[in-house]
Design a binder for this molecule. Sequence first.
Ligand SMILES: Cc1ncc(COP(=O)(O)O)c(C=O)c1O
Length: 451
Amino acid sequence: MPEFNRTNLASLLQQEEQLFHKNHPKSFELYQRASKSLQGGVPMLWMIRWAGSFPVFVKEAKGAHFTDVDENSYIDFCLGDTGAMTGHAPDATLKAINEQAQKGITLMLPYEDVIWVGEELQRRFGLPFWQFALTATDANRFVLRMARMITERQKVLVFNYCYHGTVDETFVTLDEEGTPTSRANNMGPQVNPLRTTKVIEFNDVAALETALSARDVAAVLAEPVMTNIGIIHPQPGYHDALRELTRKYGTYLIIDETHTICAGPGGYTASHGLQPDFLTLGKPLAGGVPAAVYGFTREVSDAFTAKLSVEDSDVGGIGGTLAGNALSIAAMKATLENVLTEEFYARAIKLQERFTVGVESVIKEFDLPWIVKVLGNRTEYWFRPKPPKNGGEAHAAVDSELDRYMHLFALNRGILLTPFHNMALISPETTEADVDTHTKVFREAVKTLFA
Ligand SMILES: Cc1ncc(COP(=O)(O)O)c(C=O)c1O
């Protein structure tokens, strides 16, 4: 199998960095100006981790494309890391936003449309009761509170190298010896997360039973397919075991569909008949307008209601003044009704298949020990020959330098991939020509590595 030259990679990366500087003078100027008022010159700290040494400043985005302030055009395969999976500024959502904005944006009172959304969520995900939040992080935080309140248990269980937003309890990983430890760079945790959290590897049924058997775990918080350390599919029977064991030990099962909504209109839950106690979802739900939801069973609703003090419910730790605001709800209704439809998925998944075939053809041509993993309209290449079965294996396979090079090479040729892994999301507005451009650029990048 071919090996590429690491020393060569460093100088290739340097060349791409120079090209990036050359083609983005205005972005650089704005970045320098931003550095005087924004921490690190960016609105969110992690944005300094984009592949170039400063971020591209966007001029405008529509559908699967955007342009930057230097008039470079891009095909967007990142799509706001699922936040814009609908394609940027979908027409139906825009129309609803414009109409609603004339009629009031936030009131702390419901409009009738919220009922349509609740009924649609029932229909898609099979859970009877719903609440609203502004981010998936908040939705996860709120359901963890509900689960702990009902069960009167302190602990939650997560999978190694999961990501569920900035939820304190989730920043625990297993070290090389398999010992739970606070996640690298866990910034100022309120308590040592080992006090709140158990962490095990995904796809390990024995570890799951051991962790749950102490009967101190309020909830398992899980993506049905891991996506944040790359796509890791459940092994056959894993979800059955997860459901059976959580029921056996009185632990709630929370399925976080924030990314796996890429699998279909009802997420992985509907497409694979999962039966969670809670389901959380955010990001693309309102076409990019901040909105998130959490749903739960009648049993959860009854148990929660029995313990709820309505008098103090506004200061109980589950809230959000702007949650359920009229603009988010209008955007959510329009997006669910007109954008995230069966046809959306049919078209986007077909394009994903074309993308995957293209990448696989290059892997084959160069006889590379690499693979592609897919879920719905999400596709991703891995620099390893076999799919990892858990987060620990996936993390060990990360090649940050190679990732950076592939991302920057693509960016310099008008392609934005999702940062930190080589993931592409396909929207129905992506064209076959866009997909083929990616294949061509991917091939060129590979060629430079093995030249
Ligand atoms: C699975 C999952 N859940 C929740 C979140 C949090 O979403 P947000 O940052 O919009 O709160 C993320 C973010 O990447 C995610 O991947």
